[in-house]
Write a protein that binds this ligand. Structure first.
Ligand SMILES: [Zn+2]
Length: 348
């Protein structure tokens, strides 16, 4: 495939070299950190504090966390900075929902390019500040979420043949997002929280198209999410089937995030570690949500389980998803420091 004949980006080999030396740290959750801030509608829209949204609409924006990159950039930069100083080598952009498909809920399809460019730049700024303090290299991962639609399944039980989105709709929307992330300076692309492998394949295809235009290839991280108790994705795949469905992308890493806490994720990440000839990556939630929908597993408890993943040789990268804070990342960094990364012969 011609994607693999493209020259590698500057950071490609540096990341591979670092990952051979030690277990790398991702950051923790952006969403639950934002929820902890006292932000109202006017703060989200940037009309009460911060900078006004350059694409004003009449729709309410509270809850549109990605918009805060444009309207409250200092708050987003501070969260990135805290995660970086806590030990994250790779920090994710605030772009989980920065596609025209997801932003349609807020009438902000026109803002997508700006959201992605600005998010990569805000993250870069925070990481450069952290590196100025401690000299450690850090990398910006352009976060690509699943969108709020699924290409494989019908949302309408009475009309099983219906699909709310097509592969091409997704390919085009992801392409716009990924071009913005690259233009803003993202070092790698992280396709995450994959509940539908067909959506992820559209994102992978969009990466390949964007890399060809850009003339270089960035590392791609791929992270699925297990949503049922029998250990399958929403579109019904086991971890092994998921790996074989995305293996052609020659990902920098493959793994799992969200939906489960570390304890419930363990057998599934172990399965991926058995089959995948790529680096493995686990970033679970801070346990399972409590009756109020909040995540209350503390840093030491999460880190102890992540440390056990490392001790067993299951992982090359670790981090946190919903409910994890800079303290969780700091505790994880301590927990994995003494352990070697999983040994794997990669092919890229
Ligand atoms: Zn999560």
């Amino acid at each position: 495939m011609k994607t693999f004949r493209l020259p590698r980006s500057d950071t490609f080999d540096r990341l591979h070299d670092l990952a051979r030396e030690r277990i790398l740290l991702l950051d923790g959750a952006m969403g639950t950190m934002i929820q902890a801030l006292p932000l109202g509608e006017e703060d989200y829209a940037g009309t009460g504090s911060g900078s006004p949204c350059p694409h004003p609409t009449d729709l309410p924006q509270k809850g549109n966390n990605d918009l805060l990159t444009l309207t409250q950039p200092a708050a987003i930069e501070a969260i990135h900075f805290d995660f970086a100083l806590a030990g994250a080598d790779i920090v994710e952009t605030n772009t989980f929902s920065s596609t025209s498909i997801a932003q349609a809920d807020y009438g902000l399809q026109a803002a997508v390019h700006d959201l992605n460019v600005a998010a990569a730049r805000v993250a870069r700024r925070a990481l450069d500040r952290a590196t100025a303090e401690d000299g450690r290299p850090r990398f910006v991962a352009g976060a690509v979420g699943p969108t709020n639609r699924t290409a494989s399944l019908s949302p309408d039980v009475n009309n099983p043949g219906y699909r709310a989105v097509t592969f091409d709709d997704l390919r085009i929307a992801y392409g716009e997002q990924i071009r913005g992330l690259i233009a803003g300076g993202a070092d790698l692309i992280l396709i995450e929280t994959i509940f539908d492998t067909l959506n992820a394949k559209a994102a992978i295809f969009a990466c390949f198209e964007a890399f060809a235009e850009h003339g270089t290839r960035l590392p791609v991280m791929i992270s699925g999410t297990i949503t049922d108790a029998s250990g399958r994705t929403l579109s019904g795949q086991t971890p092994t089937a998921f790996w074989h469905s995305i293996r052609h992308a020659r990902p920098f890493s493959v793994g799992l995030n969200c939906a489960l806490g570390a304890a419930a994720m363990r057998p599934h990440i172990a399965e991926i570690a058995t089959v995948a000839d790529a680096l493995t990556c686990a970033y679970p939630n801070a346990g399972l949500p409590n009756e109020f929908g909040q995540y209350d597993e503390g840093p030491e408890a999460t880190a102890a389980q992540i440390g056990e993943f490392a001790e067993q040789g299951l992982v090359n990268l670790v981090g946190g998803c919903c409910g994890t804070t800079p303290d969780h990342i700091r505790a994880m960094a301590d927990a994995v420091a003494a352990h070697s990364p999983r040994k794997v012969e990669t092919h890229d």
